[in-house]
Ligand binder design. Structure first.
Ligand SMILES: NC(=O)C1=CN([C@@H]2O[C@H](COP(=O)(O)OP(=O)(O)OC[C@H]3O[C@@H](n4cnc5c(N)ncnc54)[C@H](O)[C@@H]3O)[C@@H](O)[C@H]2O)C=CC1
Ligand SMILES: O=C([O-])CC(=O)C(=O)O
Length: 257
C-alpha cells in the first residue's frame, strides 16, 4: 500500500519516517504534504494533488482545517483517507462529503481507547462524558480574550475551561479535543456526549477520562498519556495509533477489526 502523509508535524513527521523506514509491513511512503516554509530535510515533499494521485492512502495529520480543505478532493479521487483530526466531522456537511467516497474514509482512534466497547454498547447508553486535562498553556485558543488567557497562564491548579456538547467542544479546541469527537463518533450521536476541557499547570500527563452508563452497563476508561516531545498539546501515543491503523489497512485480517 502506497502511503502519503498530509502534515509533517509532531504526528505526521513520526508517522512518515516510520513508514519510510519500513516499520509497517506492506506500506511504503510516497511522500509528505508539508505547509511550513522549510521542508523537512529527510522526507520527499509532494503537493497534495500529486500525493493523492500516487498514494493508495493519504494519512491526514495536519489539523481540522486542512482536513476540511483537502479531504473532499482526496476521497473524490478514489484514494483512501485515514483521519486523525476527527473533530472536523462535527461539520455534518463535511462528514457527508467525506463518507460519500469513492475513496474510503477511515478514522484513527488517536489518543484514546475504549471506542470499540462504547460503539457496541451505544444503543444501551444514556449519559456519556469525556473530561480532558492538559498542561494549561497548551489550551490557550485564538478566540479567548486577554482576561481568560491571563487566567489560564496564572492558574495554580485545575481550571475547567469549557463543558458542553462534544460538537461545540471539539470545534473550540480543534488541536486538543478531537477525542471528544472520537467518543461521539463511536457512540454515533453527537448530542449524547458531553465533553469538558480542564487546564492544569501541574498535570504531569495529558489525561482523558471517559465515563458512560445506561442499560448496557457502566464504563470508565482512564487514560494518562505522556505528551509528545515535539508538541505538548499532542499525546505521544497518537503517532503509534496512526501507525497501528496503517498496519491494519495495509495487511487486513487476523487483527481486531
Ligand atoms: N484524534 C486524536 O486523538 C488527536 C488528533 N490530533 C489532530 O492531529 C493534528 C496534528 O497534530 P500535531 O502533529 O501534534 O500538530 P503539529 O502542529 O505538530 O503538526 C501539524 C502540521 O500540519 C501542517 N499543516 C497544517 N495545514 C496543512 C496543510 N493544509 N497542508 C499540509 N500541511 C499542513 C503544519 O504546518 C504542521 O507541520 C492536530 O491539529 C489535531 O487535529 C492531535 C492529537 C490527538
Ligand atoms: O493528544 C491528545 O491527547 C488529544 C488531542 O490533542 C486531541 O484530541 O486533539
Amino acid at each position: 500500500m502506497r502511503v502519503a502523509v498530509l502534515g509533517c508535524g509532531a504526528i505526521g513527521g513520526d508517522v512518515a519516517r516510520a513508514v519510510r523506514d519500513g516499520a509497517v509491513p506492506g506500506a511504503e511512503l510516497v511522500g509528505v504534504v508539508h505547509a511550513a516554509s522549510a521542508d523537512p530535510p529527510d522526507l520527499p515533499v509532494l503537493d497534495v494533488d500529486t500525493a493523492t494521485r500516487r498514494a493508495d492512502l493519504v494519512v491526514e495529520c495536519a489539523g481540522q482545517r486542512a482536513l476540511a480543505e483537502h479531504g473532499p478532493s482526496i476521497v473524490d479521487s478514489g484514494t483512501g483517507l485515514l483521519v486523525v483530526s476527527v473533530g472536523a466531522l462535527a461539520d455534518d456537511a463535511l462528514a457527508a462529503k467525506l463518507r460519500t467516497g469513492p475513496g474510503a474514509l477511515h478514522l484513527c482512534t488517536g489518543a484514546v481507547g475504549g471506542l470499540d466497547l462504547l460503539s457496541a454498547a451505544a444503543p444501551g447508553l444514556d449519559a456519556v462524558r469525556i473530561v480532558t486535562t492538559k498542561k494549561a498553556t497548551t489550551l490557550v485558543q485564538p478566540w479567548m480574550d486577554e482576561r481568560q488567557t491571563a487566567r489560564i497562564r496564572a492558574a495554580t491548579g485545575p481550571l475547567e475551561l469549557m463543558r458542553g456538547p462534544a460538537r461545540q467542544v471539539t470545534a473550540a479546541f480543534p488541536a486538543s479535543a478531537n477525542v471528544a469527537a472520537s467518543v461521539a463518533l463511536a457512540v454515533g450521536d453527537w448530542d449524547r456526549v458531553e465533553a469538558a476541557v480542564v487546564a492544569d499547570p501541574n498535570a504531569p500527563m495529558t489525561s482523558h477520562v471517559i465515563t458512560a452508563r445506561g442499560a448496557a452497563g457502566r464504563y470508565r476508561f482512564e487514560i494518562g498519556n505522556r505528551p509528545s516531545e515535539r508538541n505538548p498539546a499532542t499525546s505521544g501515543i497518537v503517532a503509534h495509533a496512526v501507525l497501528a491503523a496503517v498496519a491494519r489497512l495495509a495487511r487486513p485480517g487476523g487483527r481486531f477489526a
